[in-house]
Structure formats: structure tokens, C-alpha cells
Design a protein around this ligand. Structure first.
Ligand code: ADE
Length: 234
């Protein structure tokens, strides 16, 4: 998969060269290309922002550099174009799954008060556009969000994870939080690994893990569970 990132901070993406993702990039499984937006800003200061039309605080990213960057980077391939923004739909595991099935992704990192809306409208002539937020909080810029997306999408690509069974396990858990995990030693500081996990009874282990997932989801993320069936009026 080819992933292009357009940003004013390409250095932000250095951690992606580490670990599993780093190896996938080295092996060419992920073709990660970072682009400095300021390279398409032709004034002496390579400016990419200006004051908001209609007034108000902060600065807005100007359309000129973005338009040229998108023309050049998107080309004729009709890549999926993602704008990271706190005003977007929430990026979830199923979003990562959807994005992992496309051949080309272009991630556009907004800064300041956002990007001139005409850029987003124009981008949809070059390929399908998604405006995505990683959660209900405001970051200093879209780079951290794009980093999260590259990692969440990249690890789903075939051949990227050391053990692909981890993905199958996740899909079995669909809709529920992961059960707690344990390893050796069997007793640590007086605390034991639950006996069932040492029993060798795979059916019992699966049942215990499922029950733990349900209990944990009910406790910390009840919003993930389906609503209880409505009681008929007496
Ligand atoms: N830019 C600023 N905050 C963001 C968020 N929560 N998600 C995506 N991009 C952002």
C-alpha cells in the first residue's frame, strides 16, 4: 500500500520507522512518502496560512499550496484522501479496516484553525474524501492523528504483523474490549495467574476470556453493548 502524508512537520513521522511498521516500510510492504507542504508555497516565507475570512481568532491554511500539493501527490490514481480534523467522523477500528483495503491513501494534516473548506471540496474531484477525527479532543495539529491512522491501518496489511493470528483474535472479539492477559511466572508478588488459564482446557479458557470481555465492556464501555431489549408494557 502506498501512503502519502502532506504536512508542515514531516519529521513528526519518524517513529513510524521503528518496530513492526518500520520493518514493513523497509521491506516495501508500506510505501510511505512524506511531503513538506511548504514546498508548494512560493512566497519568500513559504507561508501556508492566513487570517480567517469573516474574522475571528487564529489562522486558516490557505488553498494555494494545498491545491498544488494534492494535484501532484494524488495524480490520476484516485487515491482515498483523508483530512485529519477534530470536526470529522470518528476514526474507529472498522474505519482502519476500510482504509486498509485501498491501494493508495493520501493523509492531509491540518494545523491552526483548519484548512480552507474549498480544498476539501476540490479534493473530492481527485478521489474519495474522508474527514476523520481520532477522538473528542483538540490536538495542536493533525500530525498525531495521521500517525495513529498509519499505524492502525498499516498493522492490518497482510504480512505486517509478526503473528497474523492476533488479527483473527481481534475480529473474534468484535464489539467487545479485550480480556485481560497474563504470562509467566504463575505467581508474581503473591498474585496468581487465574487457574483456568493454566488448566489446558481450551473450551474453558475461551469461555472465561469471553466472560471477562463482556464484564470489562459493561464496566468501562457500556456504550459498545447493544441496548437491552424493550420490556413490553404491563
Ligand atoms: N486535529 C486536531 N485535533 C484532532 C483530532 N482530535 N483528530 C484529528 N485531527 C485533529
Amino acid at each position: 500500500m502506498r501512503i502519502d502524508v502532506i504536512t508542515i512537520f514531516p519529521e513528526y513521522f519518524a517513529p513510524l520507522r521503528l518496530s513492526l511498521l518500520g520493518r514493513a516500510i523497509e521491506r516495501g510492504r508500506i510505501d510511505l512518502r512524506l511531503h513538506q507542504l511548504r514546498d508548494w508555497a512560493h512566497d519568500p516565507h513559504h507561508s501556508v496560512d492566513d487570517s480567517p475570512a469573516g474574522g475571528g481568532p487564529g489562522m486558516v491554511m490557505t488553498p494555494g499550496p494545498w491545491g498544488q500539493a494534492l494535484d501532484e501527490v494524488a495524480g490520476e490514481d484516485r487515491p482515498t484522501i483523508v483530512f485529519t480534523t477534530p470536526a470529522g467522523e470518528v476514526f474507529r477500528q472498522h474505519t482502519a479496516q476500510e482504509l486498509s483495503s485501498v491501494e493508495r491513501l493520501v493523509l492531509c494534516c491540518g494545523r491552526f484553525e483548519g484548512i480552507d473548506q474549498r480544498v476539501i471540496d476540490y479534493a473530492s474531484t481527485l478521489g474519495p474524501v474522508r474527514e476523520l477525527s481520532i477522538g473528542d479532543y483538540v490536538l495542536a495539529g493533525g500530525e498525531a492523528a495521521a500517525l495513529v491512522m498509519v499505524e492502525a491501518v498499516g498493522r492490518l496489511l497482510p504480512g505486517v504483523l509478526g503473528n497474523p493470528d492476533s488479527l483473527t483474535e481481534e475480529s473474534h472479539n468484535r464489539g467487545l474490549l479485550e480480556h485481560p492477559a497474563y504470562t509467566k511466572p504463575a505467581i508474581w508478588r503473591g498474585r496468581s495467574v487465574p487457574e483456568v488459564l493454566l488448566s489446558g482446557d481450551h473450551g474453558a479458557v475461551d469461555a472465561w476470556r469471553h466472560a471477562q470481555s463482556v464484564e470489562r465492556t459493561r464496566r468501562v464501555r457500556p456504550d459498545l453493548l447493544p441496548p437491552p431489549p424493550e420490556q413490553p408494557c404491563q
